[in-house]
Design a protein around this ligand. Structure first.
Ligand SMILES: Cc1cc2nc3c(=O)[nH]c(=O)nc-3n(C[C@H](O)[C@H](O)[C@H](O)COP(=O)(O)O)c2cc1C
Length: 323
């Protein structure tokens, strides 16, 4: 069952990890998660290794970290071992608590560069990438993969071998094939192969976790002890707290005021990292996550405020009036 993650002697004190969400899991989101949950660690958005090398550790929206954040895993993407090693050293110097290679992104623009899930088909290159990262840091090193799932591809075994040979400290398994979208049921039967081949490192299972019962059923079925959740915390930073609680626990409903408090902090923090106008526009794609927690009327009211505001200051004043 759920057990604290211990990687390279570091006890991360929880068995649940907050996963990466490109376009969303930057410091303002993660700060909310830490204020309302106690994950083992949170992930940055995916960071292209070459970009990290070019910017050489510059703090920006993607790399910055709020003082309230406890443990942070920087996720790199790429397929050039040299650039990945250099980027690993850079994010380690920036204060990373652990570092991960993205081996699961299904987006065409990522795959065509042989990054993300494309690496699954090149286990030797995957091994070289992870080995290069391994030799660049003593911090816990992870890989986040997708599995064969319902496809004819048979990469699981070679990927498991590559990961182990490179010396990673934990493997995150998203239980779907890269062609499968986020609603297809996960193929958890395939975890058995990884359990057999990746002895001695924790497997962190990801996908389809809808509450404490489904989390515990998954851990029971697979015999694993650790999980990652990603989308559940969007608009609901207390999601991991809820998952970590009793099996029969209920996720309380949210008042408009509570959602607005969270949304307001999220946008205020973002405005420290991006221009107010950029944040005003981004608020349109962020608000649905907070609105979906509310009654239909409150949700419409909130969305109308965000869409109707012509400048950031007015937007924040309108949110303040609700509190
Ligand atoms: C909008 C969005 C962005 C994502 N960005 C990343 C990413 O940058 N790196 C990554 O490894 N996975 C990424 N994922 C996948 C999630 O981390 C996670 O594997 C997936 O959502 C399944 O977990 P969940 O059901 O708990 O959300 C993303 C998923 C979504 C929906």
């Amino acid at each position: 069952m759920l057990a604290p993650l211990i990687l390279r002697g570091v006890n991360f004190k929880s068995g649940i990890v907050q996963g990466p969400l490109a376009g969303y899991s930057c410091a303002p989101f993660r700060r909310l998660v830490w204020q309302h949950s106690q994950p083992a660690f949170c992930y940055t958005e995916m960071l292209p290794a070459k970009q990290i090398c070019i910017e050489h550790g510059a703090f920006n929206r993607y790399t910055s970290r709020h003082p309230d954040e406890v443990k942070l895993c920087y996720q790199l993407s790429g397929c050039d071992p040299k650039a990945l090693a250099e980027a690993t050293a850079i994010v380690a110097a920036m204060g990373a608590d652990c570092i991960d290679l993205n081996v699961g992104c299904p987006k065409a623009k990522i795959r065509k560069k042989r990054h993300g899930s494309a690496l699954l088909a090149y286990p030797e290159l995957l091994y070289e990438c992870l080995s290069a990262m391994r030799s660049a840091t003593q911090l816990p090193l992870l890989a986040k993969i997708r599995i064969d799932g319902g496809s004819n591809e048979r990469h699981n075994l070679l990927v498991a071998q590559a990961v182990m040979a490179a010396g990673v400290d934990a493997l995150v398994i998203h239980g779907r094939h890269w062609r499968e979208d986020y609603s297809v049921p996960c193929s958890w039967g395939q975890v058995a192969l990884f359990k057999e081949r990746c002895k001695g490192i924790p497997l962190i299972l990801n996908g389809g976790i809808s509450g404490p019962k489904s989390l515990h059923a998954l851990l029971h079925k697979t015999g694993c002890a650790h999980a990652m959740v990603a989308r559940g915390s969007m608009g609901r930073p207390d999601w991991i707290h809820y998952l970590s609680g009793p099996l029969e626990g209920e996720l309380g409903s949210l008042s408009l005021k509570q959602s607005v408090r969270w949304l307001k902090q999220h946008l205020e923090d973002l405005s420290q990292l991006e221009s107010c106008e950029t944040v005003r526009l981004q608020a349109r794609s962020i608000v649905p996550y907070y609105a979906k927690q509310l009654s239909v009327d409150s949700a419409h009211h909130l969305v109308r405020i965000i869409r109707g505001s012509s400048d950031f200051k007015n937007l924040m004043l309108s949110l303040k009036k609700i509190l």
